[in-house]
Design a protein around this ligand. Structure first.
Ligand code: ADP
Length: 169
């Protein structure tokens, strides 16, 4: 059985993520989508909220399991018997960071391959941060996130506006 992991912040999950995950799910027997708390990013949703949304929007994919993890991706991958880490690439600007990360992970465990998948054209400019920014200024983001996610983002923005708490959980 060929198993892979797809790690990310998913804050929140977009159609760009879903595209990569669905295509990776076709290539592997099982795919673990794992939410990691990213210390470089200030989150909008808690890890549990992000996981909930992922589970809802990926419910139709039988061989996809969504989990959360705190620690090294390679340790998580080993614990799940994975042979690969799947990451999406949008633009050249993603490359340098992803290259460093893949090299580091290879150093930590040479048996786990990082597999890059090119974004589909229509999603190449979508990121969770762009979606949050546009939505916070009242823009329409319905083409980039599922209705379930849009609803939760709307509620988070309404709360932020009411309390001046910002978008953080
Ligand atoms: P991270 O904080 O680890 O970069 P993200 O949630 O931002 O996590 O992204 C998870 C993965 O999904 C990354 O490999 C990222 O490049 C990829 N990704 C994000 N948006 C898109 C998109 N629109 N098209 C293709 N891949 C994407």
């Amino acid at each position: 059985m060929k198993i892979a992991v797809c790690p990310g912040s998913f804050d929140p999950v977009t159609y760009g993520h879903i595209d990569i995950i669905s295509r990776a799910a076709d290539l592997f027997d099982r795919l673990y989508v794992v939410v990691l708390p990213n210390p470089r990013k200030k989150p909008c949703f808690t890890v549990e909220e992000r996981l909930d949304m992922l589970r809802e929007v990926l419910a139709h994919l039988d061989n996809v399991v969504c989990e959360q993890y705190e620690g090294l991706v390679v340790d998580y991958a080993q614990s799940r018997g994975a042979i690969a880490i799947v990451r999406g690439l949008r633009a050249v600007s993603d490359f340098e960071f992803e290259f460093k990360m893949a090299s580091m992970n290879h150093h930590l465990d040479p048996e786990i391959e990082t597999v890059f998948m090119m974004t589909s054209n229509e999603y190449s400019f979508i990121s969770s941060s762009a979606v949050k920014e546009i939505a916070s200024f009242g823009g329409d983001v319905s083409q980039w996130i599922s209705p379930i996610v849009a609803e939760r983002l709307k509620a988070r923005i309404a709360r932020a506006t009411g309390t001046r708490k910002g978008l953080n959980p």
